[in-house]
Ligand binder design. Structure first.
Ligand SMILES: [Zn+2]
Length: 127
């Protein structure tokens, strides 16, 4: 399970999640930021599990209902509308867990930033 990466810019005192495409510099002032890495919570794990189940269901659904694949014929026991509701339900729940995970990891990242601020002489922080 990948960790959540944040970028803390000491220059403009800004904390934001670091996207996979973002460079190691602040998106606002361009200064090199301090990477802050936070482990995902149980909600992050649940998000991955629900996504994985949803993907399996989508593959089964498409294989049986769209392509009439023989190997997926056991899926006929699941009515089409139930399968659709289940897939959407899993995806929505996964979004909810992702949101909870992000708010918890952001709170942890903010605590780490507080520690950085405390260890730094006040006159060195440029706002
Ligand atoms: Zn900055």
């Amino acid at each position: 399970m990948p960790d959540v990466k944040y970028c803390y810019c000491p220059g403009c005192d800004n904390l934001r999640p670091r996207n996979w495409y973002a460079r190691r510099n602040c998106e606002i002032c361009g200064k090199e930021c301090v990477p802050i890495i936070v482990k995902r919570t149980i909600f992050g794990l649940l998000m991955y599990v629900l996504d994985a189940i949803a993907i399996v269901l989508i593959v089964l659904y498409a294989s049986y209902y769209q392509f009439k694949a023989d190997w997926a014929s056991f899926f006929s026991t699941v009515p089409s509308d139930i399968a659709t509701i289940l897939i959407f339900g899993l995806i929505i729940l996964s979004f909810v867990f992702a949101f909870i995970d992000l708010s918890k990891t952001t709170a942890i990242a903010q605590q780490k930033v507080e520690a950085i601020r405390r260890n730094r002489p006040a006159h060195k922080i440029q706002r």
